[in-house]
Design a protein around this ligand. Structure first.
Ligand SMILES: Cc1ncc(COP(=O)(O)O)c(C=O)c1O
Length: 484
């Protein structure tokens, strides 16, 4: 489905496979097979890709071909590899297992639930005054029909100014206002991707983006992010060059769920590689404002774009409030016109009053966003502290922005934990929601958008059921497992 992994690429992904903790005295071939299974379970190695030939991998790993042959044989026996003589070997999961990670992800409104499934803050106090001021402005619009498919001019100007202030000169005719970032993504996909088109995404990635792609019946390939360092430049660029997707959907600004920030040199290289192979980039900047620890902003990906390859999307939901339903697209002016033509077949225009509220909030952006950053840093640290205290075996990379931690658990128990957590009043989004094919069971996304006391309480409850899962013997979790 997604092409081929070369020997050197697999060797890089395997890293220190021969010296993994807990290996004890297992033979080399078993350790190699176990590491490949681990990569598959973590979504770092996609399903349906062709592995290098035994000879090529043996050369890349500097080990004997017999060891690779035996490892591949074991992977075939455990159902992780399908081989056809003369054609090669493809990755798979036992029983050809596939789990749709896409689909509806809508938390119910349950006030007693500590909801860690949603990564968004409650509204800032300034929202009410912005709403009142917006009603004062409304009369200026009431004499018109109220349909503005690309958005009211005041808001488009405010959004364009914010891009310009980030070092990316932008005019209002390059902005289209949408009903949230998700709507922006859907519209861009309608414009830029024919049904069944190919798309590269990060793994893990934002589940509702996968749902939007499923809606276009996209053929999805993945670039697996390393838990600690994020994008692996050579592998990402290699995937672009090899699979030549029509689109790539990336979240370089405090990626959801991992919180990683894509370094500036890689931004430049990704744009150049995308241009070279004819791939359009959808750059989701939902979290760009929410840096912490004094992390300096990096140049927007679109600053490296000379050929209208980059379409940026973003919105008000993360720094301000999800209930506003205001997002936007930044593209070339002709692309914005085409998007508006697509849009009128969907929802005509965004509500004028909500756009006016957004204008007032953006006018106060500096103060509001500064408060949000402080609030998020406090909550993040409370969550980290609670995890270190109650679940010290879990590993986390401290994000320098965004609203989520991507925790590496002490076993592939994410779905089981989420099921058990519901019973103790905690809603969790388990790792597999953020990937394809039921992988990522060893990971859990933990947002720090609830008040600190709620986060500490939630971690206490999660820790209690985590140990119950072991004691009850309900789960076998020492081996990589697949959710059913
Ligand atoms: C990366 C990403 N994109 C888009 C969205 C959707 O945002 P909106 O509420 O603006 O539609 C989210 C919300 O969680 C997100 O994390």
């Amino acid at each position: 489905m997604t092409g081929q992994v070369r020997g050197v690429q697999l060797a890089r992904l395997l890293g220190q496979w021969h010296a993994l903790p807990g290996r004890r005295r297992s033979p080399d071939y078993a350790a190699l097979a176990g590491s490949v299974r681990g990569l598959l379970a973590d979504g770092r190695l996609p399903l349906g890709v062709r592995l290098p030939s035994e000879r090529e991998l043996a050369e890349a790993l500097r080990i004997s071909r017999t060891t690779v042959t035996a490892a591949y044989r074991q992977l075939r026996e455990t159902g992780h590899l399908a081989s056809r003589r003369g054609a090669g070997s493809w990755t798979m999961l036992p029983g050809n297992h596939r789990v749709a990670s896409t689909g509806l992800w809508t938390p119910l409104d349950d006030r007693d639930m500590l909801d860690l499934g949603v990564a968004a803050l409650a509204a800032p106090p300034q929202l009410l005054s912005a709403a009142r001021a917006a009603t004062e402005d409304l009369p200026r619009y009431l004499s018109g029909a109220g349909y503005h498919p690309t958005g009211i001019i005041e808001l488009r100007e405010a959004v364009a100014e914010a891009y310009t202030a980030r070092g990316l000169p932008t005019s209002a005719d390059q902005i289209m206002v949408t009903s949230g970032t998700q709507h922006a993504l859907d519209l861009v996909l309608r414009l830029a991707l024919a049904p069944g088109g190919s798309v590269l995404v990060e793994s893990p990635t934002y589940p509702n983006a996968l749902a939007a792609l499923a809606g276009r019946r996209a053929r999805i390939s993945t670039h697996g992010l390393a838990a600690d360092t994020g994008w692996e430049p050579d592998l990402l660029l290699g995937s672009l060059r090899q699979t030549r997707p029509k689109l790539a959907y990336l979240i370089p600004e405090f990626q959801n769920p991992t919180g990683h920030l894509m370094p500036a040199p890689l931004r430049e290289r990704v744009v150049a590689a995308a241009h070279a192979v004819g791939t359009d980039l959808i750059i989701d900047e939902s979290f760009v404002d929410l840096s912490m620890d004094g992390t300096e902003p990096l140049p927007p990906v679109a600053t490296y774009d000379r050929h209208s390859r980059v379409i940026s999307i973003g919105g008000m939901s993360k720094p301000y409030w999800g209930g506003l339903r205001i997002g936007w697209v930044r593209a070339s002016a002709p692309q914005v016109q085409r998007l508006a033509a697509v849009r009128v077949g969907v929802d005509m225009a965004s509500p004028v009053l909500d756009q006016l509220v957004a204008v007032h909030l953006l006018a106060d952006a500096e103060a509001i966003v500064a408060d949000r950053r402080v609030q998020l840093a406090v909550q993040r640290d409370a969550l980290l502290g609670a995890l270190a205290h109650r679940l010290p075996e879990w590993r986390v990379t401290v994000p320098r922005g965004g609203v989520t931690l991507w925790a590496e658990l002490d076993g592939p128990v994410s779905s089981a934990l989420a099921r058990a957590a519901e019973e103790v009043g905690v809603r969790l989004a388990p790792g597999p929601r953020f990937g394809l094919d039921g992988t990522l069971e060893r990971f859990l996304r933990l947002p720090f958008t609830l008040p600190a006391a709620d986060l500490v309480e939630a971690v206490g409850r999660i820790a209690a059921i985590r140990y119950d899962l072991d004691r009850g013997g309900r789960q076998r979790w020492r081996e990589p497992a697949v959710i059913a």
